[in-house]
Structures are given as structure tokens and as C-alpha cells.
Design a protein around this ligand. Structure first.
Ligand SMILES: C[S@@+](CC[C@H](N)C(=O)[O-])C[C@H]1O[C@@H](n2cnc3c(N)ncnc32)[C@H](O)[C@@H]1O
Ligand code: SF4
Length: 456
């Protein structure tokens, strides 16, 4: 499907990515370690499965564009050891409250840069997790890796440990861009790294790209995309550059006057999208692409996709636990987030307390809207009868305030409205966040204090 610039401009406005509903700005300190303990105990009494996220915040050098929760550290073992000591305490505390070894359907190590850890440290942490949780080896066991600092041996170790999916921070191959953003990573290095990953047979290799950074042009990024396609990754995440120098001070090091204009940024996105579609990839919602035979593409086509904080997945679990600073979990209809800074995260664990900073317990209305938003994001449909079955409410009556939004989306060709179903069109799949926004109660409130990046 071709999308033109005007269509994008029409829908390009700030909005949440809906990795959660209610979104993180609505969470508060009312939800604390005490609530978390209760929910863990409650979860322990069920036989529900888990997604487990582990945040590893360290990076050896700073990429000036970075928007992640990370800390730059020289790669000395002591930083990794100290952090794993605290992760182990957190795991022990969790195990103490749930009193069983839940099945983990999805394990994701993100960052920062998880590959910052030495092989010994990775092995130590993986074993600790495997001792306290039952890792489903057919599940998604994924890790984010910075190709600049990984040896072939480390890749082999990751695979032996049980990781079956790997995600590479690639961003851009252009030398000028790389130099300017302080991330030198030549094509030959990534090609070699990609070969190692293939040799050890990762089930899926993902590349992260960012468009909209300084010095990027339509021409330069087209060359990056061509090189990416030549390496044939199974999945590609094409992120719109979030330029937030007021939040991430180091982004002030970037030459603002070299940022591509909004028009050029859009062209870069459209060119890249076309190139991926013409070369065997499916567009999975706005910013993800996957080879047609990748299970993500199949799930997207069959409407069996799922989504959580870790992105789209084909292996849904019932609940989520996050480990590490800033990590997020969702248990028994409540969100939890750990303290963001490492000293705060350590401080609580040293006293054998959960380092939970904030969260949100879902109201009935939150739960209903979460159901609708999830259904839109993953199945691209709202089945009204199913909604009634779940919540004993008539969909159209309950969402009478949303009828204008539904009509507008219908007129804009984002959805088709039927008596018992709302079906998202191909265009709507691309702008799915815009459809979801109309069901977000908090966005409608005048005092909404949220600030989001644009959808493109
Ligand atoms: C948490 S990072 C982990 C990857 C790893 N640290 C690396 O860079 O190789 C995940 C991805 O977030 C994306 N990212 C980081 N900062 C961003 C920003 N300001 N705007 C958009 N995407 C960003 C990058 O594509 C990066 O690969
Ligand atoms: S992009 Fe990745 S490697 Fe670079 S600073 Fe951010 S988290 Fe670290």
C-alpha cells in the first residue's frame, strides 16, 4: 500500500505508543512496594505464565542521540557484578513472595546495553533466572546487543545460554552521521556480526534503525536501507528520532541545524518503507517490519499478534515482571515501575525492600479501555459482542462519547464500522495509535499533563 505525504501529515500528531494503558504519565506513587508484594502473593496462587524483562542500564560510550535509560560506565567488572548482586536480591524477594517457579514465555534483556556484561556475568544472571523461573525454551528469549563490543565467542555464549532472538542497535550506516552522533560502527562490522548470529542460528535477528537524526538525508538513508536489506534481517524496527534535549541533555551535543526538515524526515520514512515492502517485508503497524515468513508477519496477518512493553510479540504471557532500575511490570491488573536511577534502585534492595517507585491499579473503566486499545493494536478489530461478553456492557452505549471519533475514523478510511465489529483498514493499521487515542480517557481530560512524541 502506498501512503502519500499529505495522509501522513494529516495524522502526524503527538500521541502515546500505548505500550500500556493507562499510559505511564498517569501512574502515581500511591502504588508502592506494599501493593507489589500483595499482587505477587496473589499471582503466586495462580498458575499464570510470565513475561520477564531485565533492564541492564550500562553502556561503554554515549551515543548523542540516545533516549534510553542508561548510564555510561567503563567496562569494568565491578559495575556489572554490583548490578547483578542487586538483581539477584530482587529475584530472591520475588521468589519469596510468589513461592513457585512460574513459566516464562518471554524473556527480554534490554537496556542500555545488556552485552555490556561479561560472558561470566551473563551466565551468572541467566542461571539465577533459570533457578527461580521455568524458562519455556520454545518462548521468545531475546537480548539487545551493541555490535561494536561483542566477540564471536560472546555471540556463541548467548546462544548456548538459550537466547534465540537477538536485536542489534544499528541506527545508520552513514559515516558522517555516525561520527556526528558518536557511534562509529562500519558496515563490515555489522556484516561480520550478522554472520556470527546466523552461524549459531538465532530464530530471529532484528535491526534497530533511527530516521530523522542530524546529517541524515534522503540519499544517505536510502544507502543505509539498501545495506540493511542486503543483510536480510528477519525484523526491522524503524524508529522516528525522538529529539528531546530538555529531557536528555546530551542531545544538545547534536547540531540542531542539521536535523532534516519535517518534510525530508517524512520522505526518508516513506522511501524506507517502500524499500522494505518491495524487498519482502511486511509493515507491522507504524514502525516495525518483518520478513513475510517471520512469525511476527504471520501473526500480524492472522490477527494473533500481541503487544507489551517489550514491543510486539507472538508469545503472549498472562502477566509481566520487570527487573532492574526503571523496569516495568504488570500483575493482577496493576502496573509497577522501579526507581529509575541506579542509587535509588540499590538503596531499597540493600534494605531488602522492593524498589517500586510508582504504578497504577486499573479501574473498571481503565480495564475496559485497555481491552479495546489492546484489541485494536493487536487484532486490528473491536469485536463488540466479545466486549459485551467480557464486561456485560453494550459497546456502543458504553462508548457513546467516542461515537464522533469512531465516525471520523470511518470517514478518514481508518476503520470500517459494522453492527457487531469495528475493523481496522490497511491505512488504519499504519495509524493505529491515532485510532487508539480516541479511546484514551486521560487524553481527553483538560488537565492532561502528558507530552508525547509525534506518531511519525
Ligand atoms: C535501549 S536501545 C538498546 C540497543 C543498544 N543499546 C544499542 O544501541 O546498540 C534500543 C533502541 O532504541 C532506539 N533509540 C535510542 N534512542 C532513541 C531516540 N532518541 N529516538 C528514537 N529511537 C531511539 C535505538 O534504535 C536503539 O537501538
Ligand atoms: S543507543 Fe544504545 S549504546 Fe547508545 S547510549 Fe543508548 S543505550 Fe547505549
Amino acid at each position: 500500500m502506498k501512503i502519500d505525504k499529505n495522509t501522513i501529515l494529516k495524522f502526524d500528531r503527538p500521541g502515546p505508543r500505548y505500550t500500556s494503558y493507562p499510559t505511564a504519565p498517569e501512574w502515581s506513587k500511591q502504588i508502592n512496594a506494599q501493593t507489589y508484594q500483595e499482587k505477587l502473593k496473589q499471582f503466586g496462587k495462580t498458575n499464570k505464565t510470565l513475561s520477564l524483562y531485565v533492564h541492564i542500564p550500562f553502556c561503554e560510550s554515549l551515543c548523542y542521540f540516545c533516549g534510553c535509560t542508561m548510564n555510561v560506565r567503563k567496562n569494568e567488572n565491578r559495575y556489572g557484578d554490583e548490578y547483578i548482586d542487586h538483581l539477584e536480591t530482587e529475584i530472591d524477594l520475588i521468589a519469596h513472595h510468589i513461592k513457585r517457579k512460574p513459566i516464562v514465555r518471554q524473556l527480554h534483556w534490554g537496556g542500555g546495553t545488556p552485552s555490556f556484561f561479561s560472558e561470566e556475568q551473563m551466565t551468572r544472571l541467566f542461571k539465577k533466572i533459570a533457578k527461580n523461573f521455568t524458562i519455556d525454551t520454545t518462548g521468545e528469549i531475546a537480548i539487545e546487543v551493541d555490535p561494536r563490543r561483542v566477540t564471536k565467542h560472546k555471540v556463541e555464549t548467548l546462544r548456548k545460554l538459550g537466547f534465540n532472538r537477538i536485536s542489534i542497535g544499528l541506527q545508520d550506516f552513514d559515516e558522517i552521521v555516525q561520527k556526528h552522533v558518536n557511534r562509529i560502527q562500519p558496515f563490515s562490522m555489522v556484516r561480520e556480526f550478522n554472520n556470527w548470529c546466523r552461524e549459531v542460528k538465532f530464530a530471529s535477528i532484528n535491526f534497530d534503525l533511527i530516521y530523522g537524526m542530524p546529517y541524515q538525508t534522503q540519499k544517505s538513508f536510502a544507502a543505509t536501507v539498501k545495506d540493511v536489506i542486503s543483510l536480510h534481517p528477519d525484523r526491522i524496527a524503524l524508529y522516528s528520532f525522538a529529539y528531546v534535549p530538555w529531557l536528555k541533555k546530551h542531545q544538545n551535543k547534536l547540531h540542531e541545524n542539521k536535523l532534516p526538515s519535517t518534510d525530508e524526515k517524512l520522505e526518508i520514512f516513506l522511501d524506507s518503507r517502500d524499500a522494505f515492502l518491495q524487498n519482502g517485508y511486511d509493515a507491522i503497524a507504524m514502525d516495525h517490519f518483518a520478513l513475510k515468513d517471520d512469525e511476527l508477519s504471520k501473526a500480524f496477518q492472522q490477527g494473533t499478534l500481541h503487544r507489551n512493553f517489550m514491543g510486539y510479540t507472538v508469545k503472549p504471557a498472562d502477566e509481566y515482571i520487570g527487573l532492574g532500575n526503571s523496569a516495568i511490570g504488570y500483575l493482577e491488573k496493576a502496573f509497577f515501575q522501579n526507581y529509575k536511577t541506579i542509587p535509588e534502585y540499590y538503596r531499597f534492595l540493600k534494605q531488602n525492600e522492593f524498589p517500586v517507585e510508582r504504578g497504577k491499579e486499573l479501574s473498571k473503566d481503565d480495564d475496559m479501555r485497555q481491552w479495546v486499545i489492546k484489541s485494536l493494536l493487536c487484532q486490528f478489530v473491536i469485536d463488540k459482542k466479545n466486549f459485551t461478553k467480557h464486561f456485560s456492557e453494550d459497546f456502543d452505549k458504553y462508548f457513546h462519547h467516542e461515537q464522533n471519533h469512531i465516525q471520523k475514523c470511518n470517514t478518514d478510511d481508518l476503520i470500517q464500522v459494522h453492527d457487531d465489529k469495528i475493523i481496522v483498514t490497511d491505512l488504519g493499521k499504519i495509524f493505529i495509535r491515532n485510532i487508539c487515542m480516541g479511546f484514551d480517557w486521560y487524553l481527553r481530560q483538560q488537565n492532561s499533563h502528558q507530552k508525547f512524541s509525534k506518531t511519525v
